[in-house]
Design a protein around this ligand. Structure first.
Ligand code: AQP
Length: 337
């Protein structure tokens, strides 16, 4: 972190579908803890959600659902700034300026674009290619110093650091933008699909059985864990035995994260047992943690006018932070009057 900047936390999630256990354990749960020590800005990144095919009818609805999930999980709109990205046009303006700072070679190295585009990169939107530049604008537009994310976003936060460094060198002064640091903590920084222990749990996986959604009911959660892919061996006796057993490693990591225990402590609890024992215990644990969140989400979504009011208030607070920074940015790059 740059010593000259007041610590500020920024993070966001895309309204691209149901939030899942990976989003919760990899990112959102850490957001809650940070609220007591930092000024936090948490955004629903709807402009990012436009980078892949999307349904305009669904986008606003999905944005409200993600905002409701933040609040239901314990992100407090009084303590943290919660808003929808498109409610503050500073993100888009700074992204353009950063498009003129970032180098094509840097973006060519981004693995998420390669993963999402697969063999179809020529047919992908330019927005998907420059997604990490918009993410750098999200972060640096607030001069954020810390970015709590899952492991998959580490490379994008590093790109934001490179952009900040180059902008500082080319136009401004050392320290104009801080060099933001990713915060990647906990035993489940990369939660894997329940159908394939080598693939990331993801909103866009076509199989709903691959993930536990925050809004799933108790029966669905239990069914998904029962159907989760495993291997034919009993549960291991040591961490070393998890090598080459990605499905076992994933279920143990999820259990450890919810119990706030180490992986070894979970292995000690289930050593030599059949998977069904761990799966049943996991279902009970996850239902107990997620049901109150799902109930609160439903309550919040029942009063759309109040939720929209909170999000407008959040956008005003967000603009109050980014506005003066953007004035300085325009001045140093010689645009605006
Ligand atoms: N499987 C995961 N394990 C741990 N953390 C995860 N995150 C996402 N998946 C996992 C973290 O959640 C935050 C929000 O992610 P996002 O919605 O902005 O985008 P994403 O990383 O692309 O998530 P998905 O679920 O894979 O979405 P789609 O399928 O729409 O691309 C980030 O901090 C991310 O690290």
């Amino acid at each position: 972190m740059s010593a000259d900047h007041t610590p500020l936390v920024f993070s966001g999630m895309q309204p691209t579908g149901n939030l899942h256990l990976g989003n919760y354990l990899g990112a959102m749960r850490n957001w809650l803890k940070l609220q007591s020590s930092y000024r936090c800005v948490y955004c629903v990144v709807d402009l990012h959600a436009m980078t892949m095919e999307f349904d305009p009818q669904q986008l606003a609805k999905a944005s409200r659902e993600v905002a409701a999930a933040y609040i239901a999980s314990g992100v407090d709109p009084q303590r943290s700034v919660i808003f929808v990205q498109s409610g503050n046009s500073d993100h888009a303006e700074l992204a353009w300026i950063f498009n003129c700072v970032a180098r094509v070679g840097w973006l060519n190295r981004m693995t998420q674009f390669k993963d999402k585009a697969g063999k179809n990169s020529e047919k992908m939107s330019v927005g998907l290619y420059t997604y990490p530049v918009l993410m750098a604008a999200d972060i640096l537009g607030y001069r954020a110093t810390h970015v709590p994310v899952g492991d998959d976003q580490k490379q994008h936060v590093e790109l934001a650091r490179d952009i900040a460094q180059k902008f500082n060198n080319d136009f401004a002064a050392p320290g104009f933008f801080p060099l933001p640091e990713p915060i990647i903590t906990g035993p489940a920084t990369r939660v894997m699909s329940l159908r394939d222990g080598k693939a990331k749990m993801s909103k866009s996986d076509p199989s709903d059985y691959s993930r536990i959604n925050l809004a799933d009911d108790a029966d669905t959660i239990a069914l998904k864990f029962r159907k989760a892919k495993t291997d034919p061996h009993p549960l291991p006796e040591s961490e070393a035995e998890l090598e080459g057993r990605p499905e076992a490693a994933n279920l143990i990591a999820i259990y450890a994260a919810f119990q706030e225990k180490s992986r070894q402590a979970v292995i000690d609890e289930f050593r030599g047992a059949q998977f069904s024992m761990l799966k049943n215990a996991l279902a009970d644990l996850v239902v107990a943690k997620l049901s109150p969140i799902a109930d609160e989400m439903r309550r919040l979504l029942g009063d759309q006018a109040e939720l929209d009011r909170q999000l407008r208030e959040g956008a005003n607070k967000a603009r109050a932070i980014s506005g003066p920074i953007m004035e300085e940015v325009r001045r140093v790059v010689g645009i605006g009057r």
